[in-house]
Design a protein around this ligand. Structure first.
Ligand SMILES: NC(=O)C1=CN([C@@H]2O[C@H](COP(=O)(O)OP(=O)(O)OC[C@H]3O[C@@H](n4cnc5c(N)ncnc54)[C@H](OP(=O)(O)O)[C@@H]3O)[C@@H](O)[C@H]2O)C=CC1
Ligand SMILES: O=C(CO)COP(=O)(O)O
Length: 383
């Protein structure tokens, strides 16, 4: 399938991934004529990189201010209305560039605010924990629901390997889990295109596939956690983000496995439970969705569903290529990440609830929507 889509968005980000690249920040800001900088951190990311960023700005005489995001009662910074208001209130009108110093949550908050205030933002990732650095979408929790709002990508990413190498291991494992999610997200995207005529972009799919393959083929280097492995993972995560940016939505990166993760996330928030890392949830959910796809195609024949029958063989071949749930778990164990819902504090009941309801979180056609809307649960083998 060649790329026939006509809706590519510009992919125009300066991406630097190397050791000590933070040192390049001042000349970059000068080249863009930015003199008033607002740096957004939280307590952890201030220690990880924020302090160095501020020193670098002071040494080079930039006017700068700091927003240190306050955690909630569970000690989490959440990408919600409270955190957004904090940034809006503390951003002075003369700010001409935002700098996001952190991982997924801080990037989404800053991308939303910078887009609303029409100022550019620069990304300084502190951990290879998600693929949301280069993308334009901001998944936010608004009135308790996880919604993704299209905002703006960063103008530049300075992924300093010295900083990333110091990130705690569970954040690296989460980044690998978010990447593993592409195994099912990509199949779900084709599924939605064939079954519900959703728009598909072969280029974005290919970029994502390459990012996934590059990480799966070098998992040993990633596990080691040295500069080489961190660079491979970070390049993959950024490339997946660029694919989302290219199409202006997150279909290439987010399917039913993400919907399970989002459902669990908002359930934890509703019950005042501390958050579990996004990529950790996605990795575990990928194993579940892989099992579901295989189960479905084992127990359903082309005659069972007229909507499915014209695409049955093409889809069955794709489903065959999804790594088995056991292999997904092996990958997660190799990076020392959780592999089962109970290791995340998610019990059987919450898993089942999400399997039946999470598809409603998005308009997207996914395997979960297909099974639920066609009442197919009783056709599947109970596991
Ligand atoms: N825009 C997009 O396309 C995407 C967005 N996302 C979104 O990203 C969010 C999750 O991001 P994720 O990165 O998993 O988690 P967070 O950004 O919430 O950060 C998780 C934890 O990592 C800490 N941390 C980060 N870097 C370091 C470091 N170097 N040293 C010590 N601690 C560190 C943070 O500190 P602290 O507690 O102080 O914050 C926090 O505790 C979700 O909301 C998800 O929906 C995910 C994928 C794609
Ligand atoms: O998490 C994402 C990709 O990893 C973004 O997906 P959503 O748009 O579903 O939040």
């Amino acid at each position: 399938m060649g790329c026939t889509c006509r809706n590519h968005f510009p992919v125009d980000i300066d991406v630097v991934i190397e050791a000590n690249c933070l040192a390049k920040l001042p000349s970059y800001l000068e080249s863009r004529n930015c003199r008033h900088v607002l740096v957004v951190v939280d307590q952890n990311t201030y220690r990880a990189a924020g302090k160095s960023v501020l020193e670098c700005l002071s040494e080079n005489s930039f006017a700068h201010a700091l927003v240190c995001l306050q955690p909630n009662e569970q000690e989490d910074v959440v990408a919600d209305e409270v955190a957004l208001v904090q940034i809006f209130m503390e951003a002075s009108p003369d700010v001409d560039v935002f700098i996001a110093v952190g991982s997924g949550t801080i990037h989404d908050l800053v991308r939303f605010v910078s887009c609303k205030l029409q100022r550019p933002f620069v990304s300084i990732p502190t951990a290879p924990s998600v693929d949301g650095f280069a993308s334009s979408g901001a998944p936010l929790v608004i009135r308790g629901a996880k919604v993704t709002i299209q905002a703006a990508p960063p103008v530049a990413i300075f992924a300093d390997l010295n900083i990333l190498q110091e990130a705690p291991r569970h954040l690296l494992a989460a980044g690998f889990g978010d990447m593993l999610g592409k195994c099912t997200a990509l199949v779900d995207w084709t599924f939605s295109c064939l079954m519900a005529d959703e728009p598909y972009c072969e280029t974005a799919a290919e970029w994502t596939r390459q990012a996934l393959d590059s990480c799966l083929s070098r998992v040993d280097a990633i596990v080691e956690g040295k500069a080489e492995g961190i660079e491979i993972l970070m390049r993959g995560l950024i490339q997946s983000g660029l694919a989302m940016l290219l199409v202006g939505h997150s279909r290439s990166a987010s399917g039913a496995e993400h919907h399970l993760s989002h459902y669990w996330e908002t359930d934890f928030l509703e019950h005042g439970r501390p958050q579990v890392l996004h990529g950790a949830k996605v990795g575990v959910a990928t194993g579940i969705i892989s099992g579901l796809y295989k189960n479905l195609f084992e127990h359903l024949s082309p005659d069972d569903c007229s909507q499915l029958s014209p695409h049955y063989e093409a889809l069955r071949d794709l489903v065959f290529q999804i790594p088995e749930p056991g292999l997904i778990k092996d990958y997660l164990r190799r990076v020392q990440g959780p592999a089962l819902p109970e290791e995340l504090g998610i019990d059987r009941m919450l898993v089942n609830e999400a399997l039946h309801k999470a598809y409603r979180l998005r308009e997207r056609y996914t395997i979960l929507r297909f099974i639920n809307e066609n009442n197919l649960w009783n056709r599947l083998a109970q596991e």
